[in-house]
Design a protein around this ligand. Structure first.
Ligand code: OSB
Ligand code: MG
Length: 374
């Protein structure tokens, strides 16, 4: 397989409902779609990937702009015109680029799409023999202006059949919303995500979440503070899950050795692609650590890839893989990705990522493009 041309497109979709985390509120997303043309023997193939970086450097250091630059100036030129036989091999061609996982993931996904098309199978069939056909879907709900507004969101999504609700928290928006949601939904599978908003001085607030029957508390402290998470894990009954902290298998091994978490959020974008996400899944599985698939409000391309990854057997907890309609009025892929009775089907309507990019939708929402050729 040799990639001969790559077009990068910054695509903007408005969210149907603004989303606020501990760091900021957003109303639209600018993701970079990666369209890679390749030759495989006598066939010409087109593969798609998605760089789901937030626009601002608050979740991690990357931004849409940094991804645009790293893809255009480094990752794509390093891959263009160079033959590869596996995605691992393709990734080694760009291994000199350190960090920049969101940028890397966008291109790596396109390689998986190409490889699966070359083999004439849906991506999920390349990933393992024991994959599931449907993935248990949870929903991630942002911070709202009031408890009433939050309760309305929770009720709507529970009514839609989602199997688990995750609430974004921050110091001051934590015990009160959890208490209110738990009181109204005593049996709901509920968890919280702080996006690194707490300091160890506030550890008592987090310990106070014990008693609300939460599935987990996700990434309360800074991404690099494994010891703070280990301290919480020792004190609290609520299981600690890591998201931002887990950027590689090496960090994962350190986190597990330090007992900093007992659950891991596997996020394809954060880890730099499907390959590293599978590697994290495998280590967790061997260690008996349950995982679930996190998201970055991906458009249909990234969402389809997340679903394939989330079908692996270690994903025993509900994932952040909601239907596209939770986020956008219309998505850029067909068939649309939908949750039914709290599960989402792993796409397999075509070889590769299993969904087709709607080129008209894409064009209508594209802000700018750049094409690079061998
Ligand atoms: O921490 O998981 C997170 C969205 C943007 C940035 C960070 C996170 C999230 C989510 C959304 O929780 C999950 C989804 O895609 O539904
Ligand atoms: Mg998170």
């Amino acid at each position: 397989m040799t990639i001969t041309e790559v077009t990068l497109a910054v695509v903007r979709l408005d969210l149907v409902h603004g989303f606020e985390t501990s760091s900021h509120r957003k109303n639209h997303l600018d993701h970079i779609l990666v369209r890679a043309t390749a030759t495989d023997g006598t066939r010409q193939l087109v593969g798609w990937g998605e760089c789901a970086s937030p626009s601002d450097p608050f979740y991690c250091g990357e931004t849409t702009e940094s991804c645009w630059q790293i893809l255009g100036e480094y990752l794509v030129p390093m891959l263009l015109g160079r033959p590869w036989g596996s995605v691992d091999e393709a990734s080694r061609l760009t291994a000199k680029v350190s960090g920049n996982h969101f940028a890397r993931a966008g291109l790596e996904m396109a390689c998986w799409d190409l490889l699966a098309q070359a083999r004439d199978v849906p991506l999920v069939d390349l990933l393992g023999l024991r994959t599931a056909d449907r993935v248990e879907a949870g929903v991630s709900l942002g911070i709202e202006p009031s408890i009433d507004a939050l309760m309305e969101q929770v009720a709507r999504h529970v009514g839609d059949g989602y199997r688990r609700v995750k609430l974004k928290i921050r110091p001051g928006w934590d015990l009160e919303p959890v208490r209110a949601v738990r009181a109204a939904f005593p049996a709901l599978a509920l968890q919280v995500d702080a996006n690194a908003a707490y300091t160890t001085a506030e550890i008592d607030r987090l310990v106070a979440l014990d008693g609300y029957g939460l599935l987990m508390v996700e990434q309360p402290f800074a991404a690099d503070d494994l010891l703070a998470h280990a301290a919480l894990a020792r004190r609290a009954e609520t299981p600690v899950c890591l998201d931002e902290a887990i950027t590689s298998v090496a960090v994962l091994r350190s986190a597990l050795a330090l007992r900093a978490c007992s659950i891991v959020n596997v996020k394809v974008s954060r880890l730099g692609g499907v390959g590293p996400a599978i590697a994290v899944h495998d280590v967790c599985r061997d260690a008996g650590v349950p995982v679930w698939c996190g998201g970055m409000h991906e458009f249909g391309v990234g969402r389809a890839v997340n679903l394939a990854v989330a079908s692996l057997p270690g994903f025993t907890l509900p994932s952040d893989v909601s239907g596209s309609d939770k986020y956008y009025r219309a998505d850029i892929v067909t068939p649309p990705i939908r949750a039914e009775h709290g599960t989402v089907a792993v796409p397999r309507s075509r070889p590769g990522i299993g969904v087709t990019v709607d080129e008209t939708m894409l064009k209508d929402h594209t802000l700018r493009t750049r094409t690079l050729q061998d």
